[in-house]
Design a protein around this ligand. Structure first.
Ligand code: COA
Length: 222
């Protein structure tokens, strides 16, 4: 489902259903040993997806454990991102030779709860969302902005190892399926050059908003 917004050099595996028949590695099992219900299902299904994607990238199965800030720890030479929401679970992986970082996020195409847009959106972003909601009301642009910020965070954090906050990136959503994030805090270095802008893409399908940010390795394009 998420493939159309990804470059060909990364691999995605996603599902609308829970895939609980894939065994967890003992280290992964330890992470969710006290989790029940939704958390266990989403964690397990995302690992099944991640291993399917790794296999298609030509990499062996490996545990995908959370790092100190919750970030997924990928095997050497690999980067990737995981997302889950009601009705969707997915993982995207790529070789570090192709992608310096990846961030993906899924959200229901439903309004954000009251107060969230005001909390996470910068004034220009909120103005833009208002205009898009009037012009294209079938898409929840407030939720799409939120999802874009989540994808930006997931790609940005592993590059700088600092947790950015919502006001640290200004998102500009293009109604045709792309977005940019202008970084106003710690800029990542890729190929020795600081990045001021991250690029992303989005789509809405079957009630799910999907966003992706891919930071290409030096010499590659999104
Ligand atoms: C961490 C966060 C991004 C997770 O997003 P979410 O929409 O709540 O949940 P999702 O299901 O989409 O994603 C969960 C996955 O994110 C990944 N994740 C968690 N922390 C992460 C981090 N620091 N960096 C990268 N990925 C991370 C994990 O793989 C997790 O799945 P897992 O626990 O099964 O491994 C979110 O809780 C958060 O902190 N957002 C802040 C966003 C922000 O500040 N943006 C500002 C920059 S514009």
């Amino acid at each position: 489902m998420i493939e159309p917004i990804l470059p060909a050099y990364v691999v995605a595996a996603d599902t609308r259903a829970d895939l609980l028949d894939g065994p967890l590695f003992p280290e992964e099992e330890a992470v969710v040993s006290r989790a029940v219900g939704r958390r266990r299902r989403e964690f397990t299904t995302a690992r099944v997806c991640a291993r399917d994607a790794l296999r298609r990238l030509g990499r062996p199965a490996a545990p995908i454990l959370p790092g100190p800030a919750g970030e997924p720890l990928w095997p050497d030479g690999v980067t990737g991102s995981i997302t889950h929401c009601a009705g969707y679970r997915g993982a995207v992986v790529g070789s570090l030779a192709d992608a310096a970082a990846i961030g993906v996020d899924a959200e229901p195409n439903e309004p954000l709860p009251d107060g969230v847009l005001a909390a996470v959106g910068l004034p220009p972003e909120r103005g833009h969302v208002g205009g898009l909601l009037r012009a294209y009301p079938s898409i929840r642009w407030d939720r799409l902005l939120f999802s874009a910020k989540e994808s930006v965070y997931k790609a940005w954090f592993p590059l700088v190892n600092i947790r950015p906050s919502f006001e640290d990136a200004q998102i500009d959503v293009d109604p045709l399926g792309e977005f940019t994030a202008r970084l106003m805090a710690e800029r990542p270095l890729v190929g020795g050059h600081p990045l001021d802008v991250l690029s992303g893409r989005w789509l809405v399908a079957d009630g799910i908003i999907l966003t992706a940010v891919v930071v290409p390795a030096a010499g590659k394009a999104y």
